[in-house]
Design a binder for this molecule. Structure first.
Ligand SMILES: C[S@@+](CC[C@H](N)C(=O)[O-])C[C@H]1O[C@@H](n2cnc3c(N)ncnc32)[C@H](O)[C@@H]1O
Length: 352
């Protein structure tokens, strides 16, 4: 995470400038508390003499982290306890090179990353997990050990309705739970006045958007490349009693080939693509944005909802989606007090 700080006002000014070609566009913004919001934190471990410290790098510059004020209270409470316990155990701190905290409204897990065979410290790890009453995951090359479980339960409150999710630190997790809830509420509000049939969702993760949206669309086909995410997405359907979602483990590029009938996939054996009538497509790609093929795919649909953690790739993609007009743009301060910006754009096919 970058240590360069930026306020929401600075981000709004930046986005206004970046999107100045889109003159009629109104830009909405949603603020977050600027401290104690982040539900995940990753640190390098810095070894000095016999002690270890949390550290972060900004380019080549190293920062020792004593107080990580953007982390939520669960993580802030765990950080010193975990560090003290590690520092008092030679075997546990030796060759430890990184640590990750992941928390939900109910729970927290800690992942320890080692440059040594973790089988040799299995007993110490087990005691560490028992003493601290924490879910501990230890990883080294090709190995993973889990103590006290690794699955976390999350609850989202969307317009006073509760949605439940299970996931682990192998899934993609939105970093700011409050803003995540606001993003879902904003999309649902935007959809209220639109005609809706079926939704095609790309980059769906464990079903973060899919589950609440399944209650306003007839059917959803949601795709994602990561096997773990799809496993949890299927569990999350059961947890929320949703029956109108088909999840498929496919990259967006593979899905494009399937839709264009260039290739068939065993992973789509239970899905007939021709049965769907997609009125909307939702994409939430990684920072690089959409590839050329996926830009061509999204152009096929009347309504596009584009969730983006990189305004530059968002703008480049929107310029290439020349079949559509940018109707709305909202900034969500998901990464408050850092330079990162999350946006959602709503596009509609020209002539509709
Ligand atoms: C920004 S995350 C969004 C996840 C989800 N929408 C959420 O809100 O939690 C991007 C997701 O895209 C997946 N992904 C990355 N490259 C992909 C690709 N080429 N095709 C499909 N999914 C991909 C990642 O595994 C990750 O879950």
């Amino acid at each position: 995470m970058s240590l360069c700080l930026k306020t929401l006002n600075e981000k709004i000014a930046y986005i206004k400038k970046l999107f100045e070609d889109f003159k009629e566009i109104q830009i909405q913004s949603f603020s977050s508390q600027t401290k104690s919001y982040r539900n995940k934190a990753e640190f390098a471990i810095f070894h000095k003499d016999d002690d270890i410290f949390y550290a972060m790098f900004d380019g080549k510059k190293k920062y020792i982290i004593k107080d990580f004020e953007i982390a939520n209270d669960k993580i802030k409470t765990a950080m010193p306890t975990v560090l003290n316990a590690l520092n008092s155990n030679k075997k546990l701190k030796e060759k430890l090179f990184a640590i990750e905290f992941l928390s939900t409204k109910f729970d927290i897990s800690v992942t320890l990353l080692y440059h040594k065979n973790i089988d040799l410290i299995k007993k110490e790890l087990e005691n560490f997990s028992l003493e601290l009453k924490l879910k501990i995951i230890a990883r080294s090359k090709g190995k993973k050990l889990v103590f006290n479980g690794e699955i976390l339960k999350q609850e989202l409150d969307i317009f006073e309705k509760k949605y439940y999710y299970l996931y682990s630190n192998e899934c993609f997790i939105q970093a700011n739970t409050f803003i995540n809830e606001k993003m879902i509420e904003w999309i649902l509000t935007e959809l209220k006045t639109q005609d809706k049939k079926d939704l095609l969702e790309l980059y769906c993760g464990y079903g973060n958007f899919t589950i609440p949206l399944s209650f306003v669309f007839d059917n959803i086909l949601a795709t994602e490349v990561s096997k773990k995410n799809i496993e949890f997405a299927l569990e999350n359907c059961k947890l929320n009693n949703t029956k109108n979602i088909n999840f498929a483990r496919l990259s967006s590029e593979e899905l494009n080939k399937a839709i264009n009938k260039e290739r068939s996939f065993f992973r789509l054996k239970n899905v007939n693509l021709d049965d769907f009538s997609f009125s909307h497509i939702l994409v939430d790609p990684p920072r690089a944005g959409l590839s050329k093929d996926v830009v061509n795919l999204v152009k096929k649909y009347e309504n596009i909802i584009y969730v983006s953690c990189n305004p530059k790739s968002l703008k480049d993609n929107i310029k290439d989606i020349d079949t559509h007009e940018l109707k709305k743009l909202a900034i969500f301060d998901q990464f408050a007090n850092t330079e990162h910006i999350e946006c959602i754009a709503i596009l509609k096919k020209k002539g509709f």
